[in-house]
Ligand binder design. Structure first.
Ligand code: ARG
Length: 453
């Protein structure tokens, strides 16, 4: 394609380091679509004759059908998907194929194809996130009133409901979905027509190609259009953030599935056994979701570091933009799907959660709050009194609501038997009615709001 000025072909290693076909063939659909939009516009503008454009367009369909049926060959001599498709087009329709590349460079071509690919990836990710979110909402609804220990420092802190805990992840996932949507809105401009870097003298209608490919319009600066990859970095940023959320949820599943916690039993479908220890049910999928977050973050860092020192406009370093984006998309897709499956099929051990919520003096704050409210005790003093009540419960080896009134009165005579109404874990969660709080009715309202009801 560019051999006119050369007497010798490239060294074998040059060919190999230069070739992106082994990975960029994933963009073949986008490449064909962009070429068809380009040639249709060239014909409308009178740059290419109508019959040549028709032949090229039909030829591109033939190439696409061939890829669909036989896959895309790893032909290193043709460097990349753009050259391969053009070579295949020429093989199918002859020299008229050479008119396709009029007023176009691989620089605007690859920038366009890659935007289309990332846009598709974002759409797929948002569909997958919607399924994950639906699973979270369903399980949260089922467990809106089931008490579990809430933790800070992984120490039993205050009782919450399992529904509330799951809805925390709904919030994170919903924000992640908006980050993908934002990235999509910003990237949805078409580089085609920027040519190599300076634009072109041919009378293109860039608005037409942009519209044909579903873009909101053409990019505004040809140098920027062929040389920036911030759209890919933004996608990776949204993906990395999302993977961090998935990783925290996965980590909780790993913890919760352990024997000391026993909060969740993963279904057989989402567990693996051990080849030596017959009793094992390992949460491998959750561990891999946690692990994948590291790799996805690596993808983001990889592209940021690739881009950081590049002068305008295109440099071949930018060919390295695709592997981290493709890898990220695969890893994130698996992670979201696995998390969805685990959530849908897990059995939450609500009896165990309740028992631990009741055993950890998790309603100590409720006792302190009661002293403030009913006995007008300053909070700091109430905190101290409650600390002594907890110590007494510990000494008696009972829960806080099992400490006899006489013992409580011995600690502070202002305590009376009304206090027991706030010391149960159910009373505690039911009292947390502040907006965004864990009261079961709040959780149900949050679920309805999330569903747009
Ligand atoms: N395979 C190249 C890439 O992915 C296409 C652009 C090549 N442009 C060039 N001027 N060599 O970036």
């Amino acid at each position: 394609m560019w051999g006119g000025r050369f007497a010798e072909g490239p060294a074998a290693v040059m060919r190999e380091i230069n070739a992106s076909i082994p990975f960029d063939k994933r963009m073949w659909r986008q490449d064909i679509a962009a070429s068809k939009a380009h040639v249709a516009m060239l014909a409308t503008q009178g740059v290419v004759a109508q019959e040549d454009a028709a032949a090229i367009s039909a030829g591109l369909d033939t190439v696409a059908a061939d890829y669909e049926a036989n896959g895309v060959p790893d032909d290193l001599t043709l460097e990349d998907i753009h050259m391969l498709s053009e070579a295949k087009l020429a093989a199918a329709i002859g020299p008229v194929a050479g008119r396709l590349h009029t007023a176009r460079s691989r620089n605007d071509q690859v920038a366009t194809d890659f935007r289309l690919w990332v846009r598709d990836a974002i759409d797929q990710t948002r569909t997958a996130l919607a399924a994950l979110d639906a699973a979270l909402l369903a399980r949260a609804e089922q467990h809106a009133g089931d008490v579990m220990p809430g933790f800070t420092h992984l120490q039993s802190a205050q009782p919450v409901t399992l529904g509330h805990h799951l809805m925390a992840y709904h919030e994170m996932i919903a924000r992640d979905a908006t980050r993908f949507a934002d990235a999509r809105a910003r990237m949805n401009l078409c580089p085609l027509g920027s040519a190599a870097l300076a634009g072109t003298g041919f009378p293109l209608d860039r608005h037409a190609t942009a519209a044909a490919l579903g873009f909101d319009g053409p990019t505004r600066n040809s140098l920027d259009a062929v040389s920036d990859r911030d759209f890919a970095i933004e996608y990776l940023t949204a993906a990395a953030q999302c993977s961090l959320h998935l990783s925290r949820l996965a980590e909780e599943f790993v913890l919760w599935a352990s024997q000391p916690f026993g909060f969740v039993a993963l279904s057989d479908q989402w567990s693996t056994g051990s080849s030596i220890m017959p009793q094992k049910r390992n949460p491998d999928a959750a561990e891999l979701v946690r692990g994948h977050a590291g790799r996805i973050t690596g993808c983001l860092v990889s592209l940021m570091v690739t881009m950081k020192g590049l002068p305008l406009a295109y440099s071949k370093d930018m060919q390295d933009d695709k592997p981290p984006v493709f890898e990220c998309h695969d890893l994130l897709g698996l992670s979201i799907a696995a998390m969805t499956g685990m959530i849908e099929s897990a059995t939450f051990r609500t009896d165990r959660m309740r028992a631990l919520a009741e055993s950890g003096y998790a309603t100590a704050t409720d006792l302190a709050d009661w002293l403030v409210r009913e006995a007008n005790v300053p909070f700091r003093e109430a905190h101290h009194i409650t600390g002594r009540a907890v110590a007494r419960a510990e000494a008696l080896a009972v829960t806080l609501d099992q400490v006899p009134l006489a013992d409580l009165k011995a600690i502070d005579p202002r305590i009376d038997d009304r206090v027991y109404s706030v010391l149960s874990v159910d009373a505690s969660v039911a009292s947390r009615t502040s907006f965004g709080g864990t009261a079961p009715d709040n959780v149900r309202a949050a679920i309805r709001a999330a569903r747009g009801e």
